[in-house]
Design a protein around this ligand. Structure first.
Ligand code: RFL
Ligand code: PHB
Length: 390
């Protein structure tokens, strides 16, 4: 089998790249280990920057998002029993859209299917060879048969657990990493929204986040031990923890409902530098991870793909390699900005075990600052909506 661009992974990065390349007249094949049903039902991100929504709309896959996504003009910071609002639109002129990642994936898969695009689900044994040559290839197993996909480029969009990154020789790659000693306990709840906007709460018992998915389904998280088990948390225990962390002194309280999903995610920051070697390029979580506090992961994956699609177009349409050569440097500027913001917001909002009471008071002082100083609020808002990106 032969194509121009071989893409490993049908997450947001891989599917969006395949879709954008198709619009530019470039052929691609996407290889994915999981089934279509699985990728279309896994609950992950919820917050899309305007950069992301603009690109999806421009690429013709934003119709359902425009109709069903909820535009938010601000969010709330809860601390010391009070809630203060960060007015994103007044500060930056931009907003964010809450639209679930698996809904974005449904829209992208539908677009690939409508265009007769090649997406192989349920593949196994993926391996890459020849990235130092102009004729790289990907071997994989599909429906019990071993196959080889010959291509001009291999794009590793296979997330944090994928195989692509390890194909770059260790001597060429440097890993930068920070593992946080806490995780997020996430729940999905059948209930009306607690508030019109997201609430990020800092409390001595730990961080909590009240987000939403639709008028009838809510997404909430609270800081926990990453090694804890969902079985240790009865619904009553979850609600009492969320009330303790989020409810404010003026009586505003978290709206309860039937909990129908519980999961725990670990938190880490990670950057692979370089993001390319020969004819292999990494994009999205395959190249970098952020803790979810800043809601940047999916948005970063989309911004990598924007850069890569443009660079591949310059290669095929104008025989230029300069944009491909500059890919890592171009992408890393935005990635390091988002890494810093996500790390900063994580340290600002979470209970940091082992730090002194002095440092805990500094967290509160900083929250007072970002909610009262225009300059500090603006810096936070620009990072959150994504306009501080280079
Ligand atoms: P993905 O989505 O992990 O997709 C990678 C795909 O590759 C497949 N794969 C393979 N396929 C073939 N061969 C192999 N050897 C393969 N190995 C793996 C996998 O099955 C998978 O389908 O990576 P991608 O495309 O880079 O997208 C990244 C985003 O998914 C991720 O950054 C976000 O979900 C992060 N994130 C958030 N990002 C935001 O922008 N806004 C948010 O509000 C937000 N909230 C979150 C989040 C992530 C969370 N978790 C679960 C870590 C909230 C949470 C709780
Ligand atoms: C979500 O709705 O899943 C969500 C929202 C904001 C974040 C992270 C996750 O910072």
């Amino acid at each position: 089998m032969r194509t121009q661009v071989g893409i490993i992974g049908a997450g947001p990065a891989g599917l969006l790249l395949s879709h954008l390349l198709h619009r530019q007249g470039i052929e691609s094949v996407v290889l994915e280990t999981r089934g279509r049903d699985q990728i279309e039902s896994t609950i992950r991100a919820g917050v899309l920057e305007q950069n992301t929504t603009d690109l999806l709309i421009e690429a013709g896959v934003g119709e359902r998002m425009k109709a069903e996504g909820a535009v938010h003009h601000g969010f709330e910071l809860a601390f010391e029993g009070k809630r203060r609002r960060i007015d994103l639109t007044a500060l930056t002129g931009h907003s964010i859209t809450v639209y679930a990642q698996h809904e974005v994936l449904k829209d992208l898969v539908a677009a690939r299917v409508a265009a007769n695009g090649s997406v192989f689900f349920n593949v196994s044994n993926t391996s890459i060879s020849g990235i130092d040559t102009d004729t790289p290839s990907i071997r994989f197993t599909h429906d019990g048969a071993e196959q080889t996909l010959h291509c001009d480029f291999v794009i590793g969009c296979d997330g944090s657990q994928g195989i692509s990154r390890a194909s770059i020789p260790a001597a060429r790659r440097r890993d930068y990493e920070c593992v946080f000693p806490f995780g997020w306990f996430g729940i999905l709840v059948e209930a009306p929204p607690t508030s019109d906007e997201l609430i990020y709460a800092r409390h001595e018992r730990g961080f909590a986040l009240v987000s939403t998915r639709s008028p009838t389904v809510q997404r909430m998280y609270f800081q926990c031990d990453p090694k804890d088990s969902t079985e240790n948390w009865s619904d009553d225990r979850i609600w009492s923890e969320l009330h303790a962390r989020v409810d404010s002194a003026d009586g505003a309280t978290v709206t309860e409902g039937r909990i129908f999903q519980k999961n725990i995610v670990a938190m880490r920051s990670y950057v692979s530098s370089t993001m390319q070697h020969g004819r292999l390029f990494l994009a999205g979580d395959a190249a970098h991870i952020v803790p979810p506090t800043g809601a940047k992961g999916l948005n970063l994956a989309v911004s990598d793909i924007r850069i890569l699609a443009k660079a591949l177009r310059a290669f095929y349409a104008e025989n230029r390699t300069d944009l491909l050569d500059a890919y890592t440097d171009t992408a890393l500027k935005r990635i390091w900005r988002a890494e810093h913001f996500s790390y900063w917001m994580t340290r600002l909002m979470h209970r940091l075990d082992g730090v002194s009471e002095f440092e805990q008071r500094l967290q509160v002082a900083e929250l007072e600052h970002v909610t009262t100083s225009h300059a500090a609020a603006l810096a936070m808002a620009e990072n959150y909506v994504g306009t501080s990106a280079v």
